[in-house]
Design a protein around this ligand. Structure first.
Ligand SMILES: Nc1ncnc2c1ncn2[C@@H]1O[C@H](COP(=O)(O)OP(=O)(O)O)[C@@H](O)[C@H]1O
Ligand SMILES: [Mg+2]
Length: 360
């Protein structure tokens, strides 16, 4: 069985002012895993990360790191290291001195320090810049210094709070690749907080999606993208079309949802099995599983009027209004040789019986 590096058991946080920032948070993070906590601003990500690092006390619950309970231990006894969005480098120290800092504080002998700093400079590819000061570095280079400084103490777990937040768009994309590569090479457990779906989905092995102090779903990027569990996740992640209706009947893992005289086939995941018949439910259909045109193989269809398109290279997302104020996004490969839709033109939009997923 894989070794578990971080466990959070029923962790709750209420701030003195009364804000309940985290509710009943449960997670197990494996050794060497890259875990992301993803959610909108204010949902409790930073608070959770700070509780793992010991910078914030828990109100309830327990935290384990490396198999040891650390709930009441100070940060220095937790075997974690934290990297912040503002890299907080020492401006008057060189790159090497910044990275060396915590070793010096711990009283590690100079010969050992030099060897470890040398190895870390190599790892984060800063050896040629070892004698520069932070202001002589680019944003990406500063970020690598911050990473080297956080990793030099060889923590079991590195905690990263919006680590790419202060970089501009182009640099962020390349740092995503680098951060992931360094994490893989070092085999250190990373727990990263981000509000960016792209960052979480492209770097993390698994993602914890949060909203409003609670965990909505934990899973691999693919699981969360392909099978959102809740209405929140379906709206927050990817391009999902959300539908509402009455749960009319069920047969095994399939159900009919009725709306305006239409019946839609939807899949019923096991966690949605207890939803009662006759009640209002939501289901989602990914935009890339939607097609325009009549197709007899597709069990579901709606009529809609073309509104607009968004382009992403060869991928096009066409938007249709299927009811007053109700829009359906259809993501498909279309080329310049395909006819453009006219605004207001009516199209049939269809999807297969297993493309719709019931949400809880
Ligand atoms: N020190 C604090 N005192 C009181 N409330 C706080 C404190 N820190 C954060 N909060 C509140 O807790 C909630 C979660 O904050 P935070 O964990 O920073 O969210 P996120 O990192 O997801 O944006 C917010 O409502 C925030 O205002
Ligand atoms: Mg935050």
């Amino acid at each position: 069985m894989a070794q578990i590096d971080v466990v959070l058991e029923h962790v709750d946080k209420t701030f003195p002012g009364g804000t309940r920032a985290v509710r009943d948070f449960n997670a197990e993070i494996e050794h060497g895993e890259f875990m992301a906590m993803l959610g909108p601003s204010g949902c409790g990500k930073t608070t959770t990360l700070r509780m793992i690092g010991g910078l914030e006390e828990v109100t309830e619950g327990r935290i384990f790191i490396g198999g040891k309970e650390v709930t009441d231990l100070p940060p220095s006894q937790r075997d974690t290291s934290m990297m912040f969005q503002s890299f907080a480098l020492f401006p008057h120290r060189t790159v090497a001195q910044n990275i060396e800092f915590s070793l010096k504080m711990q009283g590690v002998p100079k010969a050992v320090r030099d060897a470890r700093v040398g190895a870390m400079l190599d790892k984060v590819e800063l050896t040629p810049l070892a004698d520069r000061r932070p202001h002589e570095l680019s944003g990406g280079q500063q970020q690598r210094v911050a990473l080297g400084r956080a990793l030099i103490s060889e923590p079991t777990v590195l905690l990263l709070d919006e680590p790419l937040g202060s970089l501009d768009y182009g640099l962020r994309a390349s740092m995503m690749v680098e951060l992931k590569k360094i994490q893989r090479e070092l085999g250190i457990t990373f727990v990263m907080v981000t509000h960016s779906q792209q960052e979480a989905m492209s770097m993390a092995d698994r993602v914890i999606v949060m909203s409003d102090a609670i965990i909505q779903q934990t899973g691999t990027s693919r699981e969360i993208y392909e099978a959102p569990r809740t209405r929140f996740v379906a709206e927050f992640i990817g391009k999902n079309n959300l539908f509402k209706g009455i749960l009319a009947s069920r047969s095994g893992s399939m159900a009919f949802v009725e709306n305006g005289g239409h019946h839609y086939y939807v899949k019923v995941p096991d966690y949605a099995e207890s939803l009662p018949l006759g009640e209002e439910v939501y289901f989602s259909v990914r935009a890339d599983l939607m097609h325009t045109g009549v197709n007899e193989d597709m069990a579901n269809h709606v009529e809609g009027a073309y509104v607009t398109s968004e382009f992403m290279g060869s991928l096009e997302t066409d938007v249709f209004e299927v009811g007053k104020g109700l829009y359906v996004h259809v993501e498909q490969h279309r080329s310049t040789s395909d006819r453009s839709y006219e605004i207001g033109e009516r199209q049939t939009i269809c999807w297969s019986s297993d493309a719709g997923v019931l949400l809880v």
